[in-house]
Design a protein around this ligand. Structure first.
Ligand SMILES: [Zn+2]
Length: 127
């Protein structure tokens, strides 16, 4: 029990240390949609340790929809820009979201066709 709490606290500490460099990289904007409100660190497939390469800055709207899988297509036109990001975790998230959206939305399928993503980046999507 105490161990779990310790691990949790260590994780929160590691994440908070990432806050500043991530905010700088993200220019204090959501790395998917560019919104500047209520930014938080989002971890893609968290591992035992906090891995900066799996972290990005996201707004509430993006992180809630990502977590729930309940995607509002109107929000995700932003992927048109995000998919060209140079940051692998942002590319991986764009790829994942476009894949989910493409079943019902032709524009998402079109974007996926234009998108370039290497295998290593795709690997971030595997837990
Ligand atoms: Zn956002």
């Amino acid at each position: 029990m105490a161990r779990k709490l310790e691990e949790y606290q260590q994780r929160q500490k590691d994440l908070s240390l990432l806050g500043k460099p991530l905010a700088r990289r993200a220019k204090s904007k959501c790395e998917l949609c560019g919104d500047a409100t209520s930014l938080k660190i989002y971890e893609l497939n968290p591992q035992t340790d906090v891995i900066p390469e799996r972290c990005c800055m996201l707004c509430d709207v993006c992180s809630i929809q990502l977590a729930s899988g309940n995607l509002d297509p109107n929000h995700w036109y932003c992927l048109n820009d995000a998919m060209w990001s140079e940051i692998p975790v942002v590319q991986a998230l764009s790829f994942k979201l476009l894949n989910q959206l493409q079943t019902d939305h032709g524009w998402a399928a079109d974007l996926l066709e234009q998108m370039y993503i290497d295998e290593e980046t795709k690997g971030l999507l595997e837990a």
